[in-house]
Design a binder for this molecule. Structure first.
Ligand SMILES: Cc1cc2nc3c(=O)[nH]c(=O)nc-3n(C[C@H](O)[C@H](O)[C@H](O)COP(=O)(O)OP(=O)(O)OC[C@H]3O[C@@H](n4cnc5c(N)ncnc54)[C@H](O)[C@@H]3O)c2cc1C
Length: 389
């Protein structure tokens, strides 16, 4: 694989940098106004607001190298706040399996960042074994609406979501993967209760969501009744690819090295400590190896392939790398990392270190736990067969 950037790619990178430079937030500018304008201007550039969408749905039609450049450049700047659920997870499902009416109804608002979505997959008893889900959807006798009853758990940002894409069970007579139906419905309605879960890092991002006789019109069903498992799986591969965060890790690792140079150790700094240096070097090597996997994955995407099982490798390695960076940041901060919340004690980079480290425990759980990714890699990448023992 040739990894030297061509003249065209270098020009593209320059264009991206110029766009970011021209559209930085100005001192005193209202954040939400800037955010909406930023996406509008990115749209005018020819689909830069929806980099991963196909051209026929407004995407820019970039080459894998252009995607790679975008990832690298966006990791270096403070992009406007964006959520993955609508843009990166539901949109690919609607594009692949939604009706024309659903595409026309939902995609423009997702693109305009007007509607917040949440992901109603996991349930108590259905996480890694997602097909075990029990939230029931019953079709009315006249076939016009479903009645949904059940509970979801760990639903990120359900408390600020306008809509949910939700896996429900419409039939439990066959194997678990059959009889799953993919429904879309508004969150602010009678019969939906959202309760917060405060996590180890002290933040409120996840929730339990309870449905009691929630009515969902049949036109809000994506694809066929009972075929939701196929659509759900496709979405998970998009989710996994998005979670690796390698470009951000590259930037974070550089920052860590600079920070470690401000920590006195013996006659020098922490970066002179052979033990610490070895850990940083190991991280750098793993990060580089994962980057090549990402490039391979982008290349197969450019050839028209959907994200394949290599997204599991990226999810597994990428999230472990993020955790190791958080852990080394805490190690570099020493005792100062223990200061909780917004307090800054000691090195400036120590602020929020412990909260970040504790929150990072979740990276290897959500989007499919690491053990499960290893299973996918063993079966679908390495072609290993389960032993009979
Ligand atoms: C911060 C956070 C945000 C989340 N956001 C969302 C969201 O927005 N929407 C949503 O639907 N879900 C969300 N989740 C849920 C997440 O997808 C699940 O937590 C995850 O799939 C694991 O399921 P579980 O928690 O039920 O654990 P379990 O599946 O019960 O797993 C428990 C342990 O057993 C291991 N294990 C399970 N099966 C196997 C196996 N076959 N082989 C080997 N080991 C196994 C797991 O790796 C894990 O270590 C979120 C979770 C977290 C922590």
């Amino acid at each position: 694989m040739d990894i030297e950037l061509s003249t065209e790619d270098l020009a593209f990178r320059e264009d991206v940098r110029q766009f970011f430079g021209e559209n930085e937030i100005k001192p005193g500018e209202d954040y939400m106004t800037w955010r909406i304008n930023w996406f509008e201007k990115a749209r005018e550039k020819g689909g830069w607001d929806v980099p991963k969408w196909p051209v026929e749905f407004g995407g820019p039609g970039w080459t894998p190298t252009q995607h790679y450049i975008w990832e690298q450049e966006t990791a270096r700047i403070d992009l406007p706040f964006d959520l993955p659920f609508g843009l990166g997870m539901l949109a690919p499902v609607l594009i692949a399996y939604g009706s024309k009416e659903q595409q026309e109804r939902f995609l423009p608002d997702i693109r305009a960042r007007k509607v917040n979505w949440c992901q109603g997959y996991s349930e108590p008893g259905a996480g890694s074994d997602l097909a075990n889900l029990k939230t029931k959807a019953e079709l009315s006798e006249d076939g016009t609406f479903y009645t949904v009853n059940g509970s979801k758990i760990w639903t990120s940002l359900a408390h600020i979501a306008d809509w949910i894409f939700c896996l429900t069970r419409t039939d439990d007579s066959g194997i678990k993967q059959q009889g799953v139906t993919f429904l879309l419905f508004p969150m602010k309605q009678e019969g939906i209760e959202v309760r917060p879960i405060i996590t180890l890092g002290g933040t409120h991002t996840v929730n339990t969501v309870h449905f009691t006789d929630v009515k969902v019109p049949v036109e809000n069903r994506v694809g066929e009744e009972g075929q939701g498992w196929t659509y759900a799986k496709g979405l998970l591969q998009h989710e996994r690819t998005g979670l690796a965060g390698l470009s951000k890790s590259l930037v974070a690792l550089e920052a860590l090295k600079e920070q470690a140079q401000t920590v006195p150790r013996g006659n020098g700094t922490l970066m002179d400590d052979p033990g610490f240096k070895a850990k940083v070097a190991e991280l750098e090597i793993d990060l580089m190896a994962s980057e090549y996997t990402e490039l391979r994955s982008l290349a197969s995407a450019a050839a028209g392939a959907a994200p394949g099982p290599e997204s599991s490798i990226l999810k597994l390695k990428g999230t472990e790398i993020q955790q190791r960076i958080q852990k080394l940041t805490v190690e570099a901060s020493g005792i100062y990392a223990a200061a909780w919340g917004d307090q800054q004690v000691g090195f400036p980079f120590a602020k929020g270190g412990m909260g970040g480290y504790l929150s990072s425990r979740a990276y290897t759980i959500y989007g499919g736990a690491s053990e499960v990714q290893r299973d996918v890699i063993a079966k679908n990448v390495l072609g290993l067969k389960r032993s009979g023992k």
